[in-house]
Each structure stands twice: as structure tokens, then as C-alpha cells.
Design a protein. Structure first.
Lengths: 249, 249
DNA sequence: TTATTATTGTGTTATTTTTACACGATTGCT
DNA sequence: AGCAATCGTGTAAAAATAACACAATAATAA
């Protein structure tokens, strides 16, 4: 199976010639509207939540959509996503990571629009919904049935991404208060991964990693014996994180 | 730390009003040129290679760049990447996956251009360079020092992505001929992961997964005792792939 | 104050997985 | 015939994971 018959269907330069003006080249490219969409996760009442806004398009009336905006002129997409996040949640210092670009033609009723999806994890307690934000609402991820645009697909992809990511990177702590009990941490993992975990083994696992700082403090708002509160030691993690995990598929 | 003072800086609709025309909305968005860039990996002489082309921009004279093209009107990006791949390699049925979008302002000398990076893995034997393709060349990944645009950054990111991905998904087989010896497979993993592996444990590992089909055939072009040839059982893999791998970071 | 309820905190054993390690068999080459 | 290179194989020690139960503590209700 060789490629004897292969043909370059778009030779882009005359043989030997070099393109002098990069500007002219770029000017000849088609242009596309770009948006960013943030999948903002929170954790409350032992459920994984996502922050959605009521769609402002007539065609999607009554449906919910991710928080997004178009990318401004010359704006890096990471910055655009962060901007959306700050504008909508009033929070800064929030975890944010690019997940994937979605480009299916027809994904936007107004014509071709590319969107770059970002995942964000924040502590839902710190995000008091503004009084004026009655268009914003935290939804339980597993209950969401339909959304505007292709946002359900983006959500599903992002949730999947989160499940994988949380097993190999300590993202989850961003969903909890700075100080948390091990029960809260376990609830978080169980909710995201949708599994039941053995409590003793879970504790053993996290203690043996040795990235938890014992604050010496205890929960004080629970109707039973309070648990110890811990913090995650991000600095230590950065210095000691695993390098090689075996082949396994 | 509440957000009492948070302000929505870009209220996008008049309160209560719904946008009737999605087209008009989209028409108001800034537009950006989009390209796709393919990081095409191959494996030869026990080294991981990448297919590069001499840059056709005067400003990058003598430098190498990834294979890319702009996204045509209304073209899905996956299709655009696949198109680039087919045009440049003359091959079809090639493994291709989106990796990341790069948007740093200034990444292209001709002005703002977004690019979506794709990784592709193919069997280098099947890609005989066309006679006219003296602008194309397979480079050893670890020897590459600089590239045109931000392509070195894209390469590094993609190589990193590959190292992680190959440990949890059977991509690697796309780099080998359909039938391969275990030595070849091990060389591949060693080259990509840049580690030395124990031969007996490596074999045990792969046999215990039970996704290799023994063809009953043997190598016939080696100057020593020939090894058995195997194929990867993709169907069986798809049915049996792992679900849960423990928390580990 | 006492009993009840809910959850915390803790250790051991069995099982599985991973690692480390060496030698006789086979083929091509000279 | 002998050399060089690699193939193919098994076992034992070490590490990681999984399964499993009970006493201690605090809040609440009687």
C-alpha cells in the first residue's frame, strides 16, 4: 500500500518560491467567529453541580446553556474564558483548564461558530448568586437532560474529562472549602466518579500520599462526632508528583 | 470572601428580552482565521519521528513546520485535519485525534491566527515520500531544537500528550505494521516513554491483557532468531476495556 | 442525665500486582 | 563448527489493593 498515486491537491507555493508577506497570506484565510464556553463545576449537598444560564436566544427559549462569550479581538482564549468566569461568578483565582474545541457545522443556529470549551472548578460556597442573577442557576449534573446549542455534548465531554483528570491530578480540592474533612473529600470523589469507596482504604490512600496537612481543627456544624479538618499541600505535591504510572489499558 | 461587589460588566440582553435573530448575533462577533496543524508521528529505527515540511514563509526560511492548512468555509476541524493528512501522506484510515487549541496573540507573524493541533499516528513504512516531496522530511522528535511559528511548543505539548495517552489507550499499534514482534512493541514503548523496560515483565503484561493475537508467523528479515508476530485485537479491546483505575497522583 | 443516633478513627489479613532477575533454545552469519 | 544476537520462559520477594469490624465521640432527644 504505497502512495505512488498520491497527489498534493493544494500546492501552496510555486516550487522554490517563498512567501514574502505573512500578512497577505493570513488575509486570504477564511475567518470564523470564535466563542469560549465555560463548564463551571461546583459541589453541593454531595452532588456535582454545573452553573448554567438561561439562553437569551428566542430559538432556545426556556433552555439552559453554558456561560460563554465571543473571543474579543486579539484576546487569548484562556483570557477570554477567565474573563467570562470572573464576570459571571465575581470570583478570581479560579481553576480553569482548556478541554476541547467543538466545530461541528450547524452547532449554532446563527451560522458557523467555533467554540473552545473550558472546565472550571470552584467552591460553590464562595459563589453567592448575585440578586440580579436570576438567570443563573446551579444544576445537578446527572439530572441535566437537554441544553441549548450542542452544550449537552460539551457538558458530557467535560464531565468525562473531569472523571479522568481527577484520578491523576488533584483538581478536586478546588471544589471544597480550604479546610475540609476526609468525609467531604470522599463524598466528592464518590459523586464525581459515581462509585462507592471503602472509607478506610480511601483514608489510607490519601494519608499515604502525604499531601494532606492536619489543621488540628474540627468540623463544628455537624450533628454528630466532628471530623478533623485538612488542607491540601499544593507546594509539596508540585515537588513530589508521580512521574511514571505503568501501561494499563 | 463573598462577591457582594461583583458586577456583570457585559450584560448582553436587555432584561427580559430575547434575541430573535441568531444570525444577527453571530454577525456581530469578531472573526478569526483558523488553521489546523497535524503532528504526524511515525516510528523508525527505534526512534519516534515526526513529519515536517520546510516553511514556505520567507520569515521562517530554513525552518521546519508542522503540516497544516486553514479551515475551509464550514469545514469541521476534524475533517480539515484529515484532509491535510491525506493530502500530505497519501494515506487514509489514519489515527487522528484533536489535542489542543493554541491562541497566543503573536503566534503567527501575519496576524492573529488560531490553530487547533491534531495528533496522528501512522506506519512510516506505508508512507513512501513522493518524489516531488523533497520539502517533507521525517525528523527524530528528540533532536528537534527549533521550529517555525510556535510549532515547537505544539510539538512538545503533543509529545507529552502522546506519552500519557499511550499508557491508557492502545494507540501505539498504529505506528507499527499490522503484524509485529513483541520486541518491536517494546522498542516503541521505550522510545516514546523514554524509559528502559524489563523484557519479561513487558511480555507478561501484554499477554495478561489478552489483546494480542498470535499469528503463528515469525519475523523473517532479522539477523538472529526470529520472534513471533502478533496482531492487536481491537474488537476485543473495545468490549473489555478497563473502566476504573484508582486515584493516583 | 441518660440513652440513642450518626459518624469518626483505626489495623490486619488475604489477594493481586509489580518488580527483579538468568539461562537454555534458536537462527543467521562467518 | 562456532559465534553473535535475540527469543522465550518462571519464580520469588516486595508493594499495592481490597475486604472487613468495633470502640470512641459529639449532638440530639427523651
Amino acid at each position: 500500500m504505497s502512495n505512488e498515486n498520491a497527489v498534493l491537491t493544494t500546492p501552496r507555493t510555486k516550487p522554490g518560491g517563498l512567501i514574502k508577506s505573512a500578512e497577505k497570506l493570513v488575509a486570504s484565510y477564511p475567518r470564523v467567529p470564535i466563542t469560549v464556553d465555560c463548564v463551571i463545576f461546583g459541589f453541593d449537598e454531595n452532588e456535582l453541580k454545573v452553573l448554567l444560564i438561561r439562553s437569551d436566544l428566542e430559538i432556545f427559549k426556556g433552555q439552559w446553556s453554558l456561560l460563554g462569550d465571543f473571543a474579543a479581538d486579539n484576546e487569548e482564549l484562556d483570557d477570554a474564558a477567565y474573563r467570562v468566569l470572573c464576570e459571571r461568578t465575581g470570583m478570581t483565582d479560579v481553576y480553569l483548564e482548556q478541554v476541547r474545541t467543538f466545530s461541528k457545522p450547524g452547532r449554532h443556529p446563527g451560522g458557523r461558530v467555533l467554540t473552545v470549551a473550558y472546565c472550571s472548578l470552584l467552591n460553590i460556597e464562595q459563589h453567592k448568586l448575585g440578586k440580579m442573577d436570576n438567570e443563573l442557576h446551579w444544576h445537578t449534573v446527572k439530572n441535566i437532560k437537554e441544553m441549548a446549542f450542542d452544550h449537552k455534548e460539551i457538558m458530557d465531554f467535560s464531565y468525562n474529562w473531569l472523571q479522568k483528570r481527577i484520578m491523576e491530578h488533584p483538581l478536586g480540592f478546588n471544589l471544597l472549602p480550604e479546610k475540609f474533612s476526609l468525609r467531604e473529600l470522599q463524598n466528592l470523589y464518590e459523586a464525581i466518579l459515581d462509585v462507592k469507596l471503602d472509607r478506610r482504604n480511601f483514608r489510607k490512600k490519601f494519608f499515604s500520599m502525604d499531601f494532606l496537612i492536619d489543621t488540628g481543627e474540627y468540623e463544628d456544624d455537624v450533628p454528630h462526632r466532628p471530623g478533623r479538618l485538612y488542607q491540601f499541600n499544593f507546594e509539596k505535591y508540585e515537588q513530589n508528583k508521580r512521574r511514571w504510572t505503568g501501561i494499563d489499558f
